[in-house]
Design a protein around this ligand. Structure first.
Ligand SMILES: [Zn+2]
Length: 51
């Protein structure tokens, strides 16, 4: 039951934290922050804060 995100190492101790495939299937390998709807979320979004 102790699963961890293979990307960021966050404990996946809740179904809501588990990443999903595009069809809604849980991956159980990545958290939803790293993996959403079948693809990896960009952890380094926009570092460009040039405003
Ligand atoms: Zn993660």
């Amino acid at each position: 039951m102790d699963k961890f995100c293979q990307s960021c190492g966050m404990p996946l101790n809740g179904a809501e934290l588990i990443g999903r495939q595009s069809d809604g299937t849980k991956t159980e390998e990545y958290c939803l922050y790293c993996y959403q709807e079948g693809k990896f979320a960009q952890p380094e979004l926009t570092l460009a804060d040039n405003d």
